[in-house]
Ligand binder design. Structure first.
Ligand code: AP5
Length: 219
């Protein structure tokens, strides 16, 4: 099964994609994570993207389309994938349709996570990640069990994303409303759009997404 998780910054796409990956073995394809890995490796693509990402603006469509087309052809994607952060423009959505056709793959559903705007800012500004193993936390909603120590690897070093601040969040939300939200009618018309309440707890959001996946298997 191949799905898209769609929602504004901080909606919980990454959190839910990782849960689905663990439980069902589907592969999470996060374009944000791919770009951040490219920046870390000092690649030209990452360097080109970094300034835009730090400002909260979108990276050019052509770069993103090429990145995803390379990735979906890899062997692990045969198990099914979860697109997290792609597509983000109508041009990317159209390019995705064309590439899925070229590679004889289907899109089964587009799951929209609906979250109030005030909650998004709180979610993003409270987020931090273990610098060693990458485990994700939130100061209020998912704190470490022992303060200052990663539950997963025991490291005491954490990092925050440079774009996770209230000022950049304004630009990211503007990009979502102006460039990404127009994708919703695009998928609604194709009968693929399913909306879930992203304001619920992480466990309840996961259950709602699983209910969507179950209904698809039955149909
Ligand atoms: P990207 O990394 O994709 O960021 P984003 O879309 O802004 O999404 P986030 O990662 O901030 O949020 P999320 O929805 O994954 O939420 P999360 O699960 O972490 O993109 C970054 C940048 O890269 C873009 O701005 C752009 O420049 C560029 N880019 C990437 N893809 C691109 C593309 N296709 N085209 C062009 N440019 C592109 O959750 C957030 C926090 O909330 C966490 O701390 C979590 O613990 C907490 N949380 C999650 N769920 C819940 C819940 N139910 N209740 C309470 N807390 C919760």
């Amino acid at each position: 099964m191949n799905i898209i998780l769609l929602g504004p910054p901080g909606a919980g796409k990454g959190t839910q994609a990782r849960l689905l990956e663990e439980k069902y073995g589907m592969v999470q394809l996060s374009t944000g994570d791919m770009l951040r890995a490219s920046i870390k490796r000092g690649e030209p693509l990452g360097l080109e993207a970094k300034k835009l990402m730090d400002e909260g603006r979108l990276v050019p469509d052509d770069l993103m389309i090429r990145m995803i087309e390379d990735r979906i052809q890899q062997a692990d994607c045969q198990k099914g994938f979860i697109l997290d952060g792609f597509p983000r423009t109508v041009k990317q959505a159209e390019a995705l349709d064309a590439m899925l056709d070229r590679h004889h793959k289907n899109l089964d559903a587009v799951v929209e996570l609906k979250v109030d705007e005030d909650a998004l800012v709180e979610r993003v500004t409270g987020r931090f990640t273990c610098a060693k193993c990458g485990a994700g936390y939130h100061s209020n909603f998912k704190p470490t069990k022992v303060e200052g120590i990663c539950d997963n690897c025991g490291s005491a070093e954490f990092v925050c994303r440079p774009d996770d601040n209230p000022e950049t969040m304004k630009t990211r939300l503007k990009a979502f409303h102006e460039q990404t939200a127009p994708i919703l009618p695009y998928y609604r018309e194709k009968g693929l759009l399913k909306s879930v309440d992203g304001m619920a707890s992480m466990v309840n959001v996961q259950q709602s997404i699983e209910a969507v996946l179950k209904s698809l298997r039955k149909g």
